[in-house]
Design a protein around this ligand. Structure first.
Ligand SMILES: *Cc1c(COP(=O)(O)O)cnc(C)c1O
Length: 379
């Protein structure tokens, strides 16, 4: 049934026997910087590459400050803490996301509340958010209270799914009316812009991941970005064991985290950042080829929306129904073309199956139909 699509993908990837979904691409100075790290003995949490990597990400995204962390989940955890989320509070996010978003909320003892996504962007829907907040909450003394649970809602976390920017302008306008800060889960969207602004730089905080499957990788790693100097200082402090700088004394003034990114990982990150513009250009060229092909095949290939620029981290199809999706997954994987379905909705997992939702009409529809297809780039 999907033989023509399988042939097209195999041709794009030089007839490789197995085509992974997303491979890292090391075509720059990775080896050189790693050797430099080892020769210098600075392989751990001290070293020049960490500062350089932070500078490179800040410059690229035009964020005022960037703080490197050991992975994207720890970056999310820290950003939520510094946004004022506390135990028993609630955080609104998408049910259509990777588990890390909800894990980070849970680490604090806070509870996720799931609002539907937009069908075109696959990210949190501003319209559904407004509907949910107006029907279910009341703002008292600047604090948004959930009328059903009586808990405080403290933050909203939209996620830029597969690199497609969410409707940030509308989301920011809604959140402002309800006194809610936005933390952008931009783990998948390094290189994606919304109305000329980099994803992750429009909310109070943005968070990136450099896991092995992401657009660029540091092995494992993450980054917090913000334009707020005080919050940036707190983020650095909290993620580096809350140590007060001193020549020899060990003074820590709160319970901090060892969320430091090692220098070896940052070294890879510096080399990857140098390649990022070229990687994005290649990813966008592959997406353009896919788009042309799938339009002819009358298959729904997800594209960037007007005034957005997507990094096309993972190319995405929306198939007609769950049966077609299952056959697609069976046939492609059987022939060495790795494809996968979108994540299970978070409220379908045992840890979050009692969470409040708005019905999640679009999320459920997408859960049955969305697949990702091979998206690596090579030089
Ligand atoms: C990858 C990812 C993260 C962070 O993951 P880490 O593996 O901890 O770096 C967070 N949210 C989303 C949506 C992701 O895809």
């Amino acid at each position: 049934m999907f033989n023509s699509t399988i042939s097209f993908i195999k041709e794009k990837f030089d007839q490789q026997a197995f085509i992974p979904l997303h491979e890292p691409c090391f075509a720059g100075n990775e080896k050189e910087y790693l050797l430099e790290c080892i020769d210098s003995t600075f392989v751990s949490s001290v070293g020049k590459f960490v500062d350089q990597f932070e500078d490179k990400v800040a410059k690229f995204t035009k964020a005022k400050f960037a703080i490197a962390t050991v992975n994207g989940t720890s970056a999310l955890h820290t950003a939520l803490l510094l946004s004022g989320v506390e135990k028993n509070d609630e955080v609104i996010t998408q049910a259509l996301t990777f588990i890390a978003t909800c894990n980070a909320i849970s680490y604090i003892g806070a509870h996720p509340v799931f609002v539907d996504v937009d069908k075109a962007t696959l990210g949190l829907s501003a319209e559904k958010l407004e509907e949910f907040l107006s029907a279910n909450t009341q703002v008292i003394n600047g604090i948004c209270i959930n009328k059903l649970s009586k808990r405080k809602i403290k933050a909203v976390v939209p996620m830029h799914t597969f690199g497609f920017p969410a409707q940030m302008e509308e989301l920011l306008a809604v959140c402002k009316r309800y006194s809610l800060p936005i933390i952008e889960d931009a783990a998948e969207s390094l290189g994606s812009l919304y109305k000329g602004k980099h994803t992750g730089t429009m909310g109070l905080f943005g968070v990136f991941s450099f896991n092995g499957n992401k657009t660029i990788t540091t092995g494992g790693g993450g980054m917090i970005v913000t334009d707020d100097l005080e919050l940036a200082k707190k983020a650095k402090h909290l993620t580096t064991t809350a140590k007060i700088p001193h020549k020899w004394d060990f003074v820590h003034n709160q319970i901090g985290y060892n969320y430091r990114l090692p220098n070896v990982n940052a070294a890879i990150g510096c080399a990857q950042m140098e390649m990022l513009p070229k990687i994005i250009a290649k990813k966008r060229a592959l997406a353009a080829d896919y788009k042309e092909y799938f339009e002819l095949q009358k298959v729904n290939f997800v594209t960037e929306q007007k005034e957005s620029l997507a990094n096309y981290w993972l190319n995405t199809l929306i198939l007609n129904d769950v049966n077609e999706r299952n056959s697609f997954l069976e046939e492609t994987n059987a022939q060495g073309v790795m494809t996968r379905p979108i994540w299970k909705l978070m409220n379908h997992l045992p840890m979050f199956n009692k969470a409040q939702t708005d019905g999640l009409e679009n999320s459920k529809w997408l859960e049955e139909r969305v697949v990702n297809i091979p998206s690596s780039v090579k030089f």
